[in-house]
Write a protein that binds this ligand. Sequence first.
Ligand code: NAG
Ligand code: NAG
Ligand code: NAG
Ligand code: NAG
Ligand code: NAG
Ligand code: NAG
Ligand code: NAG
Ligand code: NAG
Ligand code: NAG
Length: 387
Amino acid sequence: MRSDSNPFSSTKHKHFFVKFAVSLLLIGLSFRLFVSDSISFSSVGETPAIEQATNTESPEANALSIEDKEPGSTDFAVNGSQIQFSNDSAPNRTQILETGECDLFIGDWIPDPSGPFYTNRSCLAIEGHQNCMKNGRPDTGYLYWRWNPVGCDLPRFNPKKFLDLMRNKSWAFIGDSISRNHVQSLLCILSQVEQADEMYHDKEYRSKIWHFPAHNFTLSVIWTPFLIKADVFDDMNGVSSSEVQLHLDVLDHKWTNEYRNFDYAVIAGGKWFLKTALYHENDSVTGCHHCPGKNLTELGFDHAYRKALRLIFDFITGSDHSSFIFFRTTTPDHFENGEWFSGGSCNRTVPSKEGEIDMRDVDITMRNIELEEFEKAAELGSGKGRF
Ligand SMILES: *[C@@H]1O[C@H](CO)[C@@H](O)[C@H](O)[C@H]1NC(C)=O
Ligand SMILES: *[C@@H]1O[C@H](CO)[C@@H](O)[C@H](O)[C@H]1NC(C)=O
Ligand SMILES: *[C@@H]1O[C@H](CO)[C@@H](O)[C@H](O)[C@H]1NC(C)=O
Ligand SMILES: *[C@@H]1O[C@H](CO)[C@@H](O)[C@H](O)[C@H]1NC(C)=O
Ligand SMILES: *[C@@H]1O[C@H](CO)[C@@H](O)[C@H](O)[C@H]1NC(C)=O
Ligand SMILES: *[C@@H]1O[C@H](CO)[C@@H](O)[C@H](O)[C@H]1NC(C)=O
Ligand SMILES: *[C@@H]1O[C@H](CO)[C@@H](O)[C@H](O)[C@H]1NC(C)=O
Ligand SMILES: *[C@@H]1O[C@H](CO)[C@@H](O)[C@H](O)[C@H]1NC(C)=O
Ligand SMILES: *[C@@H]1O[C@H](CO)[C@@H](O)[C@H](O)[C@H]1NC(C)=O
């Protein structure tokens, strides 16, 4: 693990991002590093590292096209001086400004008249159900924001520079639909410089590999929403015919078998652990989550998520493959006033301000597990110098 001066050093603050966001967030936070002259990123390529990305949102909302590039001025009524800050153990804004250090994960959404990178015309990776404008979303102001970390000037992502820097390298996004959104968004941006060839897809078109021939850059997405071995009985609409069988002591080989091929990987899970599931260890059922009538011990999703993360982090810290790993923490809810899967309202047109909404209990639980297990793994890893 790197030192405290690391701009990425783990932070415990709570950020809330609303669904207006395009899938650029993670890309904005991590990829911009690679094209930035003003942010030091010296550790790249030295040792493997697990980094913790902040909460991201944007389940199905990839950025879309707009003909009209005029931002709705009333959408931009953000006044930074009114934003409230929550207590936490992360360095606060004052500290950051005083030391001149830049923590990418502390900042604000600010208006960005330059608008989105791509439109639903210029990018073909936007799927029908993600095509907000085509599907009737009336407002466009949500496309005109960017993340602005306190104390540093984050330049706009430069796809040309990114591809040049990533020559002969490979990236993987490993996880659930949010990971898929991130890949799609990255593809949309990079396609302005070079069109990728699709080299592989699995039967369900959920895991894919693309190659950018002129840059010899390989990009993968691996569908593994639990990251550990799971038998899932969902149809294509996500309707389950039976509960998930989750093996808490076995990683999903879909990603571990490929792990050595990746120079960079963004790993993330979370929400799927809230599903009804039976838990297996040592080839026997040890309990379950949400399975009344089954005469099994309710172990809780937190039990499973913690075990899973330990297994995942142990694998990464124990691997002799040198890669740069970002761990993305779980997303907040996809809706307001509803469960992550069940709808609710989704009518925000501007980012929520810090402190304006609270995380739900399950999200807090999940996030705390992530932070605890990540820090444990980071400490372990530092001893061996490979984390
Ligand atoms: C922001 O709010 C503060 C205090 O409410 C006010 O003094 C300031 O003029 C506002 N700034 C803008 C740009 O609206
Ligand atoms: C923030 O910290 C202050 C002083 O330590 C405390 O009184 C307050 O309750 C805290 N607020 C939150 C939201 O934790
Ligand atoms: C932030 O840090 C500065 C410098 O250490 C300190 O004076 C200030 O009280 C802190 N503010 C909050 C809100 O914790
Ligand atoms: C793009 O969005 C516009 C609405 O802004 C819609 O009319 C058009 O059909 C969409 N085009 C594609 C290719 O999705
Ligand atoms: C990429 O790989 C090719 C072939 O191995 C090599 O000639 C070239 O120098 C490499 N470029 C970089 C930037 O590593
Ligand atoms: C492409 O990159 C791989 C490493 O990822 C390297 O082995 C290979 O030689 C490169 N090919 C070319 C044509 O540069
Ligand atoms: C599974 O087996 C291992 C080693 O045999 C043991 O340490 C562990 O406690 C077992 N776990 C459960 C849940 O029985
Ligand atoms: C529930 O499981 C326990 C322990 O496995 C067993 O003793 C008990 O008979 C079971 N109860 C029912 C109603 O099946
Ligand atoms: C969104 O919809 C909910 C429920 O209909 C309503 O209570 C809320 O005020 C709306 N929020 C905005 C920003 O329009």
